[in-house]
Write a protein that binds this ligand. Sequence first.
Ligand code: GLA
Length: 409
Amino acid sequence: MTRIQSSLEGLVAAFQERFGAPPTHLSRAPGRVNLIGEHTDYNGLPVLPVALQREARLAFRPRTDGMVVLHDVDDEFEPIEFEVAPGIPPGEPGHWSNYVKGPANELARRYAIWQGFDGLLESNIPVAAGLSSSSAIVTAVGLALAEVNEVHVEERSFAELLADSEQFTGTRGGGMDHAISMGGRPSCAAKITFGPLRIRHQQIPADWCFIVADTGRRAEKSGAVQNLYNMRRTECEEAFSFVVEEVVRSNLVQMIPTDYASLMRAMSVKDLLRVAEGVLKSNLLRRFRHVVTEAARVDEAIDRMRAADVMGFGTLMDASHASLRSDFLVSTVELDELVAIAREGGAAGARLTGAGLGGCIVALTDRSTLDLVLEALVEQYYLPRRLAMRLDERLFLAAPSPGASVEAL
Ligand code: GLA
């Protein structure tokens, strides 16, 4: 886990010490917590995340050649060095350098960039916890490369470019993480839709608190979890083709749906599930059911948020968790336990957040029940497991924050 330990002056001084000259710029990119809409983004369906107060920060200085030389303040991450060009060879699967090479490769491919930088990175986003620590690195690095090479791309297109660039790591992720890291806004959740990317901000009611609680079990999206994640995506694609084949064969639609979004515009969830039950085998049916019901929950959740209906929003979070556990099969004993403790402690709702299979839950409470829920989590989960040291890294309130930026120092 890397943590922002230094002030900006500290980061600048550490840079100077390593590279013998001060940095000229700083890029910063936040992590995120997804409130609802899980495993929908890569199916072209909406999500509702918020950008977090936790972020990756990159101090950098352009070089006169094409090398990227990047250090992390945390020695756990070994320094990396490579030349910016299309066709950069990937590092070993799961190696953090791939999150740096990915955006370099994509920017070189699209814009023939050639200039590198010296950089020093730090981050206080828990690693492999479902809070998008890796996409924050991709975003901070992408912004640094765009800056030194004078590439100017509109925010949403840049977020799409970053999502494409993360495919370099071998995980076939969706576009949520980069979109919210670029487009976060204080006090707001963001409804993000895809193809084309759109972000609509929704003010969060002032007395709603979203608690983020880490199981302490890592979910390495570029490691052990990668295969399962990619497999889920393939299963969703297969389920989609079988259902479309059937709705076309039975003349249930006028135009052939090309993606989940157009399929859901053409038919109700109820009708879609009826068709799916007839044509899909058990595991594909479950994946399909999760995807379409989850997408519907995102729209309902936004209505509940607009109406400041905390219990209504919480109930949808509970339903999302149940679906991720029983239909998408990405929960774990620890995630289920944290969710149960939060609910019994008085939360309006709770669910796993991010890809699952480890990482964090997010729980919703109003201010009056916040302390009770926090206390229940500490006493029933963190203390018995001896995870209460440095507790503020594992258990904190989401403070919806602004999106990424790059500035001259
Ligand atoms: C990971 C991916 C996202 C999204 C979530 C699941 O965090 O990076 O694109 O698919 O899993 O919702």
